[in-house]
Design a protein around this ligand. Sequence first.
Ligand SMILES: *[C@@H]1O[C@H](CO)[C@@H](O)[C@H](O)[C@H]1NC(C)=O
Ligand SMILES: *[C@@H]1O[C@H](CO)[C@@H](O)[C@H](O)[C@H]1NC(C)=O
Ligand SMILES: *[C@@H]1O[C@H](CO)[C@@H](O)[C@H](O)[C@H]1NC(C)=O
Ligand SMILES: *[C@@H]1O[C@H](CO)[C@@H](O)[C@H](O)[C@H]1NC(C)=O
Ligand SMILES: *[C@@H]1O[C@H](CO)[C@@H](O)[C@H](O)[C@H]1NC(C)=O
Ligand SMILES: *[C@@H]1O[C@H](CO)[C@@H](O)[C@H](O)[C@H]1NC(C)=O
Ligand SMILES: *[C@@H]1O[C@H](CO)[C@@H](O)[C@H](O)[C@H]1NC(C)=O
Length: 557
Amino acid sequence: MALKAFSSSLLFFSIAKPASTQDVPFSPCPLLGPRFPVPTKLATSPIFQSGLHNLTQVLDDYVTNLNGTFGPISSSTSFSITLFSTEETNSSQPFLYEYHHTAPGTLGTPKADANSVYEIGDLTTLFTTWLFLIEAGEHHWTDPVSRWVPELVDSAQNKGSGFAVDWDAVTLGDLAGHLGGIGWYAPSDNSSDIASLLGDLTYKNDTDVSPCASREGICDRTEFLAYFGSRDAIFTPGSTPIFSNAAFIILAYALESIAGQPYATLLERSILRPLNLTQTSYLPSTVEAPFNGLASTPHDLTTALTHLLRSTLLPHPTTRRWLKPTSHTSNLVNAVGRPWEIYSLSATPISPVIPVYQVRGNAGVSASHTGLVPDYGAGFVILATDATAGSPDLNAHADILASGIVPVLERTAIAQAAAAFAGTYVSASRENTTLVVALAGDGSPGLSVLKFLSGGRDVRAGYAALNGIAPDDLSFRLYPSDAGRRGVREVFRASFQDSAALGDAGTPTCETWRGVNRLQVGGRGLDEFVFGMEGGVAVDVVVPAFGAGRLERKRGV
Ligand SMILES: *[C@@H]1O[C@H](CO)[C@@H](O)[C@H](O)[C@H]1NC(C)=O
Ligand SMILES: *[C@@H]1O[C@H](CO)[C@@H](O)[C@H](O)[C@H]1NC(C)=O
Ligand SMILES: *[C@@H]1O[C@H](CO)[C@@H](O)[C@H](O)[C@H]1NC(C)=O
Ligand SMILES: *[C@@H]1O[C@H](CO)[C@@H](O)[C@H](O)[C@H]1NC(C)=O
Ligand SMILES: *[C@@H]1O[C@H](CO)[C@@H](O)[C@H](O)[C@H]1NC(C)=O
Ligand SMILES: *[C@@H]1O[C@H](CO)[C@@H](O)[C@H](O)[C@H]1NC(C)=O
Ligand SMILES: *[C@@H]1O[C@H](CO)[C@@H](O)[C@H](O)[C@H]1NC(C)=O
C-alpha cells in the first residue's frame, strides 16, 4: 500500500563480481542516513528543476487520462500536491513545488489552490504527537497511561473481565507508537446496518448505557473514559502494531493532565501561533478531535511540516529520535513510529533503504497523505477531496511523487557531492602524499577512496590489511556524518568492505555500523575524514588520526 519501490538504471546499480565467488552481487552497505551530503539549492539545481518539469508532465497526463503506471485515479477528485525542503530558499516559501487540480464539473466549488481548506483527518495524530513532544517532552513516553488518566483503571476494574486492558502497563509512548494493544473507538458503526447484514448480534447493545456508543449522543471526557476503559485488550502492550484512534484521544487527555491546559489552548500556543498557521483550525466537536479534528490548507500544512523537519519547535536530538521506527510490521518495507507509517524505499531488496515517514488520513470526503524524507531534508503533502466518490484513494498520487522525485533528489545529491568532493588531494609539505576520492558513477552510495598514499607508502593497502581484506577486494567508502559543520568542516566516516566476501546465503547482512570508529590511534578513529569547505566545495582534507597532515585539493582535477 502506497509508495512502490522506485527503480532507476542509475541508482544503486550493484557492482557485480563474477558469479563463481559469490551467490549475490556485492552491495555497498552504507550507514543509515544520507548516502551523500543532503542536497542544497534545489530551487536552482538544473537536475532537480528538470525533475519537477517532468513531474508536472506526469501529473498533467494523469489528470487527462485518469490512469497511468500507478493505476487509475478518480475523475471527481480535486487535489493539491506540494513539495518542500528544510533549506532556506528564496523561492516562493514554503513551497519548492505545488500542483493543484480541480476536478471538472465541480461547479460552485472554489478552484483548488494553496489556500484551499481541507479536513486533514488522521493527520491530526501528527499534530497531537508533536504537541506532546513540545509540551510534555519525550521523557514522558515511558509513563504508564494510568498515571495521567487514572479513570481508565477504574473503568477496567468495573468491567471485571480477565481481558481488560492493563492501563498500568500501556505507556504514553505505546499510545503514540501504535503499540498500546488497544482497539478503535468506532461509534459510527451502525448497529442496525450490521444487524441487517449479519443477522442477530450477540454482543451487548450498550446504546442505552453510554452516549459514547452512538454518534447521536454527546460523549464527554468522563463518559468516554468510562465507556472505552472497560474494553478488552486486543493485544498486550508492546506486542504488535495495531492502529487505534482511541490511543490519540487518550494521549491528548494525558497531555492535558501533564500540561494543565486544554488541548486546544496548548495547540494554539505551541504550534499554531508560533508558526503563524492562521488557516488551520481545530474543530473540537467530538472527543475524537485529537485524532481527526484539524482542518488546514496546503500552505499551512507545508509550513508546519517544514518546521517539524527543521526542528524549529523541538531540540534537534528529539526530532532525530522522533524520526525513527518503534516497531517492525510483518512486511519488510513497512515499519511504524510515533505516529509514523514508515516506508523503506529501495531499488532492490539489498539496496540501501531511504525511509519515508508518512501519515495518512481520511475524513468524510477528504483524504490526506504526507511524507518526510530526512535523507534529503525534504517532504511532501497531498490533500484531496471528492464530493462524488467519497474519501479519495491517494496511493497513485503518492507513487507518482515518490517515483518522480526520489531518484531525482538522489541524482542531485550525487552531482553535488561529485562537484564538492571528488578529486585529488595532495600534501604540500610531504612528498608523494595523495588521496584520490571519486564517485563510483553508478549511483552506488558514498565517496570511494581509490588511492591513498602517504610518503609514497600505499596506505589504502594498509587499511585493507588492517581489515583482513585483499587490497584489490577492498571497498573503501566515505559516508557523511552530521557531526561536523555544514559548509565549513564536513566530516565523513569510512567503511571497509570485502567486495569478494560471500553473501550470507543470499541475504547479505549490512553491518558496517558495527565497525565505525573501531580502528583507532590514541583514541582517534582512523576512519575519520574531515574536509575543509569554502564556497560549498572541499578545499582540503585531514585524517586527524593520521600523521599525513593537511592534503589540499588540486584544482581542475
Ligand atoms: C526529464 O525527462 C526527460 C525526457 O524524458 C529526460 O531526458 C530527463 O532526464 C528527465 N529529467 C530528470 C531529472 O530525470
Ligand atoms: C491503466 O494504465 C496501466 C499502465 O499504463 C495499464 O496497464 C492498465 O491497463 C490501464 N487501466 C485501464 C483501466 O485503462
Ligand atoms: C535570500 O535572499 C537574501 C536577500 O537577497 C540573501 O541575503 C540570502 O542569502 C538568500 N538566501 C539564499 C539561501 O539564497
Ligand atoms: C443506520 O441504519 C439504518 C438502517 O439501514 C438507517 O435507517 C439509519 O439512517 C442509519 N443511521 C445512521 C446514523 O447512519
Ligand atoms: C440497542 O438499544 C437501543 C436503546 O435501548 C435500542 O433502541 C436499539 O434498537 C438497540 N439496538 C439493537 C441492534 O438491538
Ligand atoms: C501570518 O499569516 C498571514 C496569513 O497567511 C499573513 O497575512 C501574515 O503576514 C503572517 N504573519 C507573519 C508574522 O508571518
Ligand atoms: C615519490 O615518488 C617518486 C615517483 O614515483 C619517486 O621517484 C620518489 O622517490 C618518491 N619519494 C618518496 C619520498 O617516496
